[in-house]
Design a protein around this ligand. Structure first.
Ligand code: RP5
Length: 167
């Protein structure tokens, strides 16, 4: 498995077909300057690879795992079962999804004791932002990065408001 020594966030997905959604997480982390690694581990098709990833991530220096899957999306929950790290789950609307609710509920409805922080359907970008916020809880420079990001959003709303008001 190709891992990255400097990575603080691990992005995993159940299939390469999830990449267009999970690329959103990678892009957010890139934007915020967070080193990450990204790979495919399938809960159903490569369970041993998944367990190996989950069990070794913390020891390698990973601090947050982002896991995305579609359909019967067991990957985020199974990763969470085998690591002490916080896991952010990304439900993916994939070729085997009914309407996306199947992935959302598979990831969201975890039993007590094994939480997965679940973002919106196809919410890869938000997963990257949330991972940065988790790291920022103990890193003032990252908190500033997020504060700057929020200020940029606020200003964009001001611009939209002006544009709509003057139309
Ligand atoms: C899930 O099945 C994967 O996470 C993906 O969303 C879905 C479809 O996988 P492929 O058939 O495209 O490989 O396990």
């Amino acid at each position: 498995m190709k891992t990255k020594e400097s990575a603080r966030v691990g992005i995993v997905m159940g299939s390469q077909s999830d990449l267009p959604v999970m690329q959103g997480a990678a892009d957010s982390l890139k934007e915020f300057g967070i080193a990450y690694e990204i790979t495919v581990v399938s809960a159903h098709r490569s369970p041993l690879r998944m367990i190996e990833y989950a069990q070794q991530a913390a020891g390698r220096g990973i601090q947050v795992i982002i896991a995305g899957a579609g359909g019967a999306a067991h990957l985020p929950g199974m990763i969470a079962s085998a690591t002490p790290l916080p896991v952010i789950g990304v439900p993916v609307k994939s070729s085997n999804s009914m309407d996306g609710w199947d992935s959302v509920l598979s990831i969201l409805q975890m039993p007590k004791g094994v939480p997965v922080a679940t973002v919106a359907l196809n919410g890869g970008a938000n997963a990257g932002i949330l991972a940065t916020q988790i790291l920022g809880a103990t890193d003032p420079s990252l908190r500033q990065v997020i504060a700057d990001y929020k200020e940029t959003m606020r200003l964009s709303v001001e611009d939209m408001a002006k544009s709509v008001e003057n139309s």
